[in-house]
Design a protein around this ligand. Sequence first.
Ligand code: GLN
Ligand code: ZN
Length: 750
Amino acid sequence: MGYPRIGENRELKWLLESYWEGKTGEEELLNQAYKLEEENWRRQRDLGVEILPVGDFSLYDHMLDLAVTLDLVPGRFKSLQAASPLQVYFALARGAEGVKACALKKWFDTNYHYIVPEWEGEPRLKGNPYLESWERAQKSLGIKGKPVIPGPFTLVKLSGGYEDWKRALRSLVEPYGQLLKQLEKAGAEWVQMDEPALVLDLTAEEIQEMSRVYRELAGLTGIKIMLQTYFGYPSFYEEIIRWPVAGIGLDFVQGRHKNLEFMERHGFPPDKVLGAGVVNGRNVWRADLKNALSLVRGLLKKVDPERLWLQPSCSLIFLPLTTAREEAMPLALREGLSFAHERLKELRILKTALVKGEDEVKEELEKASRARESLAAMPGRVVPAVRERLASLQDKDFVRGLAYKERKVLQEKAFNLPLLPTTSIGSLPQTKEVRSVRARWRRGEISDEEYREFLQREIARWIKFQEEIGMDVLVHGEFERPDMVEFFAAKLPGFYITQNGWVQSYGSRCTKPPILYGDIWREQPLTVAEITYAQSLTAKPVKGIMTGPVTMMKWSFVRDDIPEEEIAYQLALALRDEIRELEEKGIRVIQVDEPALREALPLREESREAYLGWATRSFRLATSQVKPETQVHTHMCYGELGEVISAIEEMDVDVVSLEAARGGEGLLQRLQQHPFARGIGLGVFDVHSPYVPEADQMVSFLRRILKIFRPEQVWVNPDCGLKTRQEPETKEALERMVAAARLLREELAR
Ligand code: GLN
Ligand code: ZN
């Protein structure tokens, strides 16, 4: 259904970076990219894929490819006169001199980011990269591939800038029709139209409009359409199966229960192909093949074998390429995992078992069960002490000793902070020097002692700066953390950090999600050394900052043998122990970051309450034991935070800092309607922009905030961590921020 684009050694990344630096020309870029695309096809074919996806490879992002194909290019890019089409393409993704890039957003609830298409004017077909890719596959491998194209409804759902969604959707019929006709004419038999938006909560009207579009498309061309859903089950199954498409793809991993129920209740049309997603495209655990076999046998009672395709639950771009590159991994873990290649092998085994009989693949099936058993028995998978601690938790472990109002009085006395206290979110610039010293330490070129001294010098320098400019609650700077999840994962038993488990995050950016395979507990201090050192240098409070359970889970591959809730509580208990030690050593402000709390929100309303329940309980489990005088903060960013405001109340925090500089309007409106009664800091400057606003811009933003909240509630802070910023601009921004707070403080005092 789609294959990782980046290459075994992240070739695509290096290629793009070299092109952007001007070291590789356009032609060379394309040649190399096509080579990679071809290698990807060969791999899949060699692994037994019979219906080969084409057109899913992308130089940057598949939504961007579609936007450009349909000429959804905003006017501001058309002013880039001298630019080649490829330069315009990258400008949409990354911006250009004086031209702002299109927004970047998470693809459904995955960690992959897509470029948000912006509508300006009517879509029209401009080129056909799907056809070009199809032709390349035919030429190089002699294969008639299956082009993969995001469908019109998903496009409309995920894009912006149009006035009327119905009109927008209808206007897509013509260009899509042409595109499909061209493919048909060239000889393509099938096309995969990705419509993951079908698994969202939809209205009857949306379905009706969509049905109309697919009917019209079917009238325009004879190409066979595989209407592909994934990430759950489709709304209105009984409607969809009546659409004039040749196939319907269902996700029997994430949407298993409901999809089976639908098929039971409404059957499956005898004239259509069922694309059965039976192995997980989003998580890394080796499939239970026996279970998958019985699933498919069940499906074969409703669908003829000629009309059933075996496929992963979704594209494989969410998985690393292959476990074969993990030489250092404990064998039981490695054998218990399936990355992209291993997933394809699983499909092959399933097919052989079904077509030729299980005896044919007896060994493979046994090997798979043994591997799953070894994983389950792996050291660290079940730690009795962790399980016992979890089992003995009581309600009181989730609540703070005093209610917020009473704590607030004690905290005011203890801290004696001015009105509008100033602070930052945690990280300070990770300069080239910081990164290179860390790299040298990792290579063993400098000793632990030298590395520690270096970190201490950085901490001391920045504590001094924060004191000098008059910040009120200080941070140590997080210089020791290359990444807010990996840093903790590396110290916690139960996590494994892969050598090569890269997945694409966006464009040339890749991440290496840790693998959470075992029980989690705090074997050693996580943050104590750096934070207590920072606190020893100043009389002002220094925040003890750590990453919260939901974010740790969301940005990792997480075991699937115990409920998420339990994993969250294990992580919470590890943090609870850390916080206890920090408190004992004199740290009086604790901040547990949950930037991923919003993005982990389930796609469907029906699952949200349960999720928010355990997510907020895990936060309270981590933080609730602290003394009433200890101030608990959280920080959140990414996406429509308005939707989780009530969850922040549930977390029972003393102070929250939220991203607000970009897209803050909606949040402010929401806060106006549902006032939040605790300490709140709405980011006064955007940490993702190198442009530093003037102090009076910050002042006017704060004035708006002061219309919604009482002055005693308002904190002054940036939007997020300052890790990616340069040192001079960071200093300037923080100075202006403190100046803005002071000015308003004086005004309020008068
Ligand atoms: N404390 C973290 C930092 O400042 C928070 C990062 C985040 O929210 N993404 O870097
Ligand atoms: Zn943030």
